[in-house]
Design a protein around this ligand. Sequence first.
Ligand code: AOF
Ligand code: ZN
Length: 371
Amino acid sequence: MLEQDHIYMARAFELAKKGRFTTSPNPNVGCVIVRDGEIVGEGYHQKAGEPHAEVHALRMAGDKAKGATAYVTLEPCSHHGRTPPCAEALINAGITRVVAAMQDPNPQVAGRGLFMLSQAGIETASNILLEEAEALNRGFLKRMRTAFPYIQLKLAASLDGKTALANGESKWITSPAARKDVQVLRAQASAILSTSNTVLADDPALTVRWNELPADVQAQYPEEKLRQPIRIVLDRHNRVKPEHKVTQLEGECWLIRPTPDTTETWQGNVEQLAIPADDNGIDLVILMMQLAKRNVNSIWVEAGAKLAGSLLKLGLVDELIVYIAPKLLGDTARGLVSLPELSALSDAPQFEFTDVEKVGNDLRVRLRPVW
Ligand code: AOF
Ligand code: ZN
């Protein structure tokens, strides 16, 4: 590893992040090509089906790729997918050294990209800035490794951990700044998961609104590139109807119900997925496996205390994102998560804080479960 490798790889990460709103279900990948201490090519993956990061960078480098080093945030691919293998493109362009931040766990690649390169006489190195590489594609990596999506549970609470008054009023606990922040996180998810209870109570849109994104995000993410995460609604009793916003707005809407409703006329963006249910609700483990099969990398959950509790009990949650408003709602208000009564503190689900930030007048804390 050379000292300057870190600098060029950090630049490749900066480029990769530009694709964070648009590449799902593909990973975010950035690539920098360097010859004689000069960056001659740069690129990042923008959209599934379009060229990979390496191809953009090679196009920019042209002849200058001969004898150059390529820095890529993910191992170059070796398979013929929607696009031809990048390892081949790097070989043909005359690249002599490839540095990858991490191996690609995609079973179609899994080390074969780096192997192809070294077979062609190219010097290879990997595992550089590995933590950044893991953080960049949590959803894609989890799906490739486990066949489950990465699940983020969004919660909003008062200082005393309450989400709604006893009468159910819950709408604006957190500030407009927190809601803007939610828009940015929604925009990065493959899908948004909610329930028919939430749809019937609030008729939410569950969309990303470009005009509500912060100005710095808007500057990197033009409105015409807006991608709507898939809206997924758990609806065991077929209560969601064609007049609800989730089924009408732009983007896909998947209704999860044991028995599809054939009496209504649904718009083309609505699909009904048959997943078994029992008295506790839809089988969430089967659902998540089905969603991963349909290439859903990451799920942003915005729902009530019951679904939050069920996902936590099943060990399906990878990350909690809690917005805490500086308000007290008192002990008659409703709690954050429904869990069975505990008889010992040692049985309480445990988390560790991974990040704390002030967002407007609220706090945003991020946590991951400790097993
Ligand atoms: C990307 N962008 O820059 C790189 C990827 O369906 P395909 O042909 O686009 O292949 C997608 C796979 O290629 C993806 O799952 C990952 O394993 C590998 N590398 N993918 O979308 C890129 N370098
Ligand atoms: Zn590729």
